[in-house]
Design a protein around this ligand. Structure first.
Ligand code: 5GP
Length: 179
């Protein structure tokens, strides 16, 4: 399906059905992998809000949930990194098994920055889950990235939490920009 968001045209890339199926499968994996602990799940706002909400409904083991926000900036359709000094996280993660839920890993700079910042807070373990990964854009290997929803091409996407100029976050499907 085609969609116009602000000044750009988009078409469906991943349907809501496919997302739901994949989210369920990742939930099963998380339940198994973290069954011997009480993980602290940290969703990364804003883009990760829908994915985090859907995924945690599939997590049936005891867990805690919190959110963090990065001041990374992505106003256009290419990755520009501007992050402020510290991350916005109100809770103590020392000694905890932390699972970070991200919307998308593009160059990997944001994920890398977040992981390094969280490591300073001495969690027992740090694991990352990202709904989307652009392997062709990745500039650094993220060892902690264990769960990936979908690998996509080097294209700009919106929907299911992801925005273009703050629009499109509410869309149930994921769309890619039409060239
Ligand atoms: P990275 O630091 O990995 O290059 O970029 C990560 C951040 O850029 C993501 O958390 C997301 O906010 C934004 N981003 C990267 N690629 C896309 C994309 O295709 N669409 C949207 N809407 N945001 C993206």
């Amino acid at each position: 399906m085609k969609k116009q968001i602000a000044d750009l045209g988009f078409e469906t890339l991943i349907t809501a059905d496919k997302i739901e199926e994949r989210v369920k499968a990742i939930g099963v994996q998380i339940n198994e992998d973290f069954k011997d602990t009480v993980p602290l799940i940290i969703g990364v706002l804003n883009g990760g809000f829908l994915f985090t909400a859907d995924l945690i409904k599939q997590v049936t083991i005891p867990c805690e949930i919190n959110f963090t926000k990065l001041a990374s900036y992505y106003g256009g359709t290419t990755s520009t990194l501007k992050i402020r000094e510290d991350i916005d996280l109100s809770i103590d993660i020392k000694g905890r098994d932390v699972l970070i839920i991200e919307d998308i890993v593009d160059t990997g700079n944001t994920a890398h920055y977040l992981i390094e910042k969280l490591k300073l807070k001495e969690p027992a373990s740090l694991t990352m889950c990202s709904l989307l990964l652009k392997p062709a854009a990745l500039q650094k290997k993220i060892e902690e990235l264990k769960y990936i929803g979908f690998e996509i091409g080097n294209e700009f996407v919106v929907g299911y939490g992801l925005d273009y100029k703050e629009m499109g976050r509410n869309l149930a499907d994921i769309y890619k920009k039409v060239n």
